[in-house]
Design a protein around this ligand. Structure first.
Ligand code: NOJ
Ligand code: CA
Length: 608
């Protein structure tokens, strides 16, 4: 079958496709200065750095599969779809918020930190899901949304009624005036005019960095920190493997500052991390800090804050480089990306549940992106573009593959957004960012196989137009089509998992004259096996074929082996190495030392 990772690849690397069932280990650590020992609670992964090799799949329980016909996805439905995710090969499931909530911000408005929204199931359903995911060697990443709660959270209801200065009132940030913290920008500027809202019951203003129904918690109150740690332990004790720290720069406010990334906020993150390190093993935390690379760097601390942070500014620049057919936006932002402590990692993504944010670009670049990627003003929201991957790329399969090749080969952990693996479309007529949150398209049956409810009852309509509709784009038909995007994605995931170099290696750009070509080396020396991996990636950002000549003299004598087909290319010499690339095409070439001849023999073995 074409485009399938040759089985020989796996055998040559001594790796089986599925990692063995995670073994639960517990071990003891000596408490400082005491003979006493604590038993740390193990996670489901065995390697403490597992997140570096992970392939994360982001999904909303509500959008994935409805099991009881009420039009809303739920945990039993998700459990029923885990085989699909295992077959796709992803290793970590990121669940968007599934907690009790009035759902005015798709669940980022939490009304109870330790429950499950009744539409999605019960806590026992969650436990069943977690066990079933772990059984399939998939870790689980959930949301820790601690900057704010819903205004329906019991803490806020009590705070409004409590007298000023009381412990209950002190859970949130109040002020008699809306004139403080004026230097903090408004994030949801399409809906909010101020970060302060007057509360008639409390007779005071309360602070909120997002919607006015999302009051910010007051981290100057130690009781808030204790409650947050309690909620965190609740999920870690159940066996959750990781947290995404939502909106983490905004925890603490100080007048005369932008109220972002303050030292007090970093102290809170260190406390969270220290708690996890002291009580649990093999978990990780991922920071959502939408900032320039040098401003994100402090969120890793000295390896004592977050294990992972999203690389926000890289994402729009990938789209920009593609449209401009010029590698500069990518090489430029990577040149500004600082080195990380050994245990840290970037989280990479092409799209997610939010708008394609344009906060981390210049004004000119933002204008360009709006012009290039959002012809209809309905595609815009706040400072960004609310569209999915395939529509952004005009449903051009070559462009989709090219961008995924960057996602899978850049230094960091790749994050796929549900539905993008089948090229799902969006619905720009839905409000907020809901157009990219429609039901997963499983087959061409009623409601795309997502739900048996009457269509009117679905939480959002399925996509129905002739190009993007579920009759045209769905999992079932893509599984039946060996040339589908789904099969291609599955194959790339399997291939990437064979090489530690992508998750752990260094990055070095080559500088060929032709700027339409992006060429980079990934290198990794595996301390455990003393083996070295060197991979050359070459990507043609142009809609036309391009020649390129690469200086590979340092690798003279090595043979580039094209990794998708395991095809040897001519050996490298001291002379410039010429390659010709088809429009929007890419090569991943493993630069092999003169190797066992067996590696190059014809093979019809395929990965089943
Ligand atoms: C970040 C989330 O990604 C976004 O969806 C949400 O609206 C804001 N936090 C506010 O909760
Ligand atoms: Ca349901």
């Amino acid at each position: 079958m074409n485009g399938v990772v040759p089985l020989r690849h796996f055998a040559a690397r001594g790796i089986s496709n599925h990692t063995p069932r995670a073994v639960h280990l517990s071990y003891k650590i000596a408490a400082v200065g005491k003979a006493e020992t604590h038993v740390k609670k193990p996670g489901s992964a065995t390697d403490p750095l597992w997140y570096k090799d992970a392939i994360i799949y982001e999904l909303h329980v509500r959008a994935f599969q409805d099991s009881n016909g009420d039009g809303i996805g739920d945990f039993p439905g998700l459990i029923a779809r885990l085989d699909y995710l295992q077959d796709l090969g992803v290793t970590c499931l990121w669940l968007l918020p599934f907690f009790p909530s009035p759902l005015r911000d798709d669940g980022y408005d939490i009304a109870d930190y330790t429950g499950v929204h009744p539409s999605y199931g019960t806590i026992d359903d969650f436990k069943r899901f977690l066990a079933a995911a772990h059984q399939r060697n998939m870790q689980v990443l959930i949301e820790l949304v601690i900057n704010h709660t819903s205004d329906q959270h019991p803490w806020f209801k009590a705070a409004r009624l409590a007298p000023p200065g009381s412990p209950e009132r002190d859970f949130y940030v109040w002020s008699p005036t809306d004139q403080t913290y004026k230097d903090a920008p408004i994030i949801f500027r399409d809906t909010e005019k101020s970060n302060w809202t007057w509360d008639d019951t409390a007779k005071a203003y309360y602070w909120h960095r997002f919607f006015s129904h999302q009051p910010d918690l007051n981290f100057d109150n130690p009781a808030v920190m204790e409650e947050v740690l309690k909620a965190m332990r609740f999920w870690l004790d159940l066996g959750v493997d990781a947290f995404r720290l939502d909106a983490i720069p905004y925890l603490v406010e100080r007048d005369g500052t932008s109220c972002e990334s303050l030292p007090e906020t970093h102290a809170i993150i260190r406390r969270i991390r220290a708690t996890i390190d002291a009580e649990y093993t093999n978990r990780f935390i991922l920071a959502e800090a939408n900032q320039w690379p040098d401003k994100v760097r402090p969120y890793f601390g000295d390896g004592d804050e977050c294990h992972m942070c999203f690389h926000f500014p890289l994402m729009p620049r990938i789209y920009m480089a593609l449209r401009q057919e010029d590698r500069l936006p990518i090489t430029d932002i990577m040149a500004q990306t600082p080195a990380l402590p050994d245990t840290c990692q970037w989280g990479l993504f092409l799209r997610n549940h939010d708008e394609l944010t344009l906060e981390m670009v210049s004004d000119d670049e933002r204008d360009y992106m709006y012009f290039a990627y959002s012809a209809d003003p309905r595609m815009r929201i706040n400072s960004g573009i609310r569209r999915r991957l395939a529509p952004l790329l005009d449903n051009n399969r070559h462009r989709i593959e090219l961008l995924n090749s960057l996602l899978f080969s850049f230094p960091g952990t790749p994050i796929l957004y549900y539905g993008d693996e089948i090229g799902m479309g969006d619905n720009i007529y839905l409000g907020d960012r809901n157009g990219v949150r429609t039901p997963m398209q499983w087959n061409s049956d009623r409601n795309a196989g997502f739900s048996t409810a009457v269509p009117e009852r679905l939480y959002f309509p399925v996509i129905m137009d002739p190009i993007w509709g579920y009759q045209a784009i769905n999992v079932e038909s893509e599984l039946a089509d060996p040339s589908s995007l789904l099969h291609w994605t599955r194959n790339m995931v399997a291939l990437r998992k064979l090489f530690h170099v992508f998750g752990r290696g260094t990055l070095e750009f080559l500088n060929p004259e032709n700027r339409k070509v992006l060429a980079y080396l990934r290198r990794y020396e595996d301390p455990a096996t003393s083996t070295s991996e060197v991979v050359l990636c070459v990507a043609n950002l142009s809609r036309f074929a391009q020649p390129v000549s690469l200086d590979l003299a340092q690798f003279a004598g090595r043979t580039p082996v094209e990794m998708l087909g395991y095809v040897p290319f001519p050996a490298i010499t001291a002379q410039p190495y010429p390659l010709t690339l088809a429009p929007y095409s890419f090569f991943w070439l493993e630069l092999q030392q003169p190797a066992a001849p067996d590696n190059f023999s014809e093979s019809s073995d395929v990965f089943p």
